[in-house]
Design a protein around this ligand. Structure first.
Ligand code: GCO
Length: 457
């Protein structure tokens, strides 16, 4: 029997992102991001939803922070919108944008909640898309680093936990990729796989230059991390041959070999480069050194995984297709596979070879078909089920000695779920969008009890 008790210093938190919650897209000097343009284009998002109002968090942040305090989280991960800080992408800093985040962070700190800021969660300035096609150009990495300097030099007295970029695969491979469906912003199709890999290479450069910019601009010692959603290969059972197969498959699954490997080791995985052949990106002298910056912690976003088994074929493994009735929640990819947390963490140690690097789960959660009952409550036992299983997997990683230090639940409240608009709800708090009422769900009470007792309940 285990009581699933977590270490005393474990961080309990929750996460959100600017475009998904803020709204107020034309206020405070903000100019359009690629997500404003993309979501306003007919047919791009479900029901034509946009982030124009979202959770109206820009105006309601104080109330939202009261709810965080009720929940008992000590850590909150949010993102800063580039288009509020430098509305044209480069050039003049908009101090009104800075002021909004100052107010937000001061309010968090008043409640004893530590702010963790993601510097980029996909909402890049539309002006840079028009100037040079955003991540298609190396210039994007340079402009990003200047934006980071602008933020950290102004907010670094209040924020000491920085995350450079959120989920490089999503805003590069799914934003420019030739066959992603539904696509992500900017939704610009490039003509070859090589060009897609070039966009993620530019994002890696932005990460590297961003780390340097944070450390140079911060007035006090700070923590720097990358947030990645590397694909997790899970052995079909934990026999040595299937474990070996899962490790091998990890290199080429998703974009792992070309994102998490270079970021943490300074090299693209040879297995991926071999697979890509002529489609590998162009890498200039010095790029890999720039990309491979020391990190204080790795942010791991994790929702699902892929089962792998050992087979007698050329590569020695097979990634298994999910059967039609495999359990999943309310996203096409949301197969329930709680071991993804444990195995993701173990792969960073054993497969990528970075057992020294502390890890924080920066996102984990699920969309379910939440509904208000006749008493006006949301009793989301399906979400509680999912979260409980995943936290147990996190507990296993800690109990085996892996360096997992915290957990940020995605998400504090329902919000604009990208191409799926408001149709998919990931929150612990239900948002009644027409009235903007906030209604804590049963999972809110459940998570509060986990935090209060420091264990999985
Ligand atoms: C992502 C993002 C979040 C999403 C969440 C649910 O992982 O796609 O970081 O912004 O809303 O993951 O899909």
């Amino acid at each position: 029997m285990t009581s699933y008790q977590f270490p005393e210093a474990f961080w309990w938190g929750s996460a959100t992102a600017s475009y998904q919650i803020e709204g107020a897209v034309n206020e405070g000097g903000r100019k359009p991001s690629v997500w404003d343009t993309f979501s306003a284009t007919p047919g791009r998002t479900l029901n034509g939803d946009t982030g124009a109002v979202a959770c109206d968090h820009y105006h309601r942040y104080e109330h939202d922070i009261d709810l965080m305090a009720q929940l008992g989280i000590q850590h909150y991960r949010f993102s800063i919108a580039w288009s509020r800080i430098i509305p044209d992408g480069r050039g003049t800093v908009n101090e009104q944008g800075i002021d909004f985040y100052k107010r937000l962070v001061d309010c968090l700190r008043d409640k004893g909640i530590t702010p963790h800021a993601t510097l980029f969660h996909w909402d890049s300035p539309q002006a840079l898309e028009e100037a040079y096609g955003s991540w298609q150009s190396r210039q994007m990495a340079i402009d990003y680093a200047d934006y980071v300097t602008a933020v950290v030099s102004r907010l670094g007295d209040r924020i000491t936990h920085w995350m450079t970029l959120n989920e490089i695969p999503c805003f590069t491979h799914w934003g420019y990729g030739v066959d992603s469906d539904p696509p992500h912003a900017p939704g610009t199709r490039v003509s070859s796989l090589k060009q897609v890999w070039q966009t993620s290479h530019h994002a890696l450069l932005a990460h590297g230059l961003g780390c340097q910019a944070i450390r140079a601009a911060s007035p006090v010692p700070c923590s720097v991390s990358l947030v990645d959603n590397f694909a997790v290969t899970v052995p079909i059972n934990e026999s040595p041959d299937h474990i070996e197969a899962a490790k091998k498959a990890f290199h080429t699954c998703g974009q792992n070999g070309g994102i998490i490997f270079p970021a943490l080791t300074g090299k693209y995985s040879p297995a991926l480069l071999e697979k890509l052949g002529e489609n590998a990106p162009d890498i200039q002298d010095g790029d890999l050194e720039t990309i491979h910056q020391p990190l204080d912690v790795l942010g791991f976003n994790v929702y699902f995984g892929d089962y792998v088994r050992a087979v007698d074929n050329e590569c020695g493994y097979e990634v298994i297709d999910f059967p039609e009735y495999y359990p999943k929640l309310n996203m096409p990819w949301l197969h329930i596979l709680p071991d993804c947390i444990y195995w993701g963490i173990r792969h960073i140690s054993e497969t990528v070879g970075r057992p020294d690097l502390p890890i924080v789960i920066t996102e984990n959660g699920c969309a379910v078909a939440d509904e208000l009952n006749s008493q006006g409550e949301v009793i989301d036992i399906d979400r509680i089920f999912y979260l409980r299983q995943h936290l147990r997997s996190a507990h296993r990683a800690i109990s085996e000695g892996y360096p997992l230090n915290g957990y940020f639940l995605w998400s504090l409240m329902d919000n604009f779920e990208w191409s799926y608009g408001y149709d998919r709800r990931f929150g612990l708090i239900y948002i009644d969008y027409p009235t903007q009422n906030r209604i804590p769900k049963a999972s809110f009470d459940w998570y509060r009890e986990c935090i209060r007792t420091n264990r999985v309940v």
